[in-house]
Design a protein around this ligand. Sequence first.
Ligand SMILES: [Zn+2]
Length: 150
Amino acid sequence: MGAAGAAGAAGAAGAAGRFDLPEADVFSRTYWDAAAEGRLLVRRCGACGRAHHYPREFCPHCWSEDVRWERASGRATLYTWSVVHRNDLPPFGERTPYVAAVVDLAEGPRLMTEIVECPAADLRVGMAVEVVFREAGEFRVPVFRVCATP
Ligand SMILES: [Zn+2]
């Protein structure tokens, strides 16, 4: 899994030479503004009722454009993960080893993220995790920690 996946929606390196910062456009600005306030948003389709992530302007399940922002609970279960021991893209090198992971949000969508505050040896498929937000430049990026009370 590459750096972009570990950071959620990271784009190319910004002016600061970092690869962990997202690039917010007019559409995704809503998502990042909410994240900055500690809220995780997903998009839900008014036509088929399914939620999706990453945010798109149309539903990836039925192609409807009747999609709206919705605040996610922040609760998820761990689907899979990989311990990253080497990543040459700054600032990931300073963080290794870290746990790149895929989690299933309670609302349904699958999200590429990072597991924090838990040794990889203690991780189990299906364990309950919850979102926390990590500062990344002007952004706050959603990462997940293991729930104290599942
Ligand atoms: Zn749909």
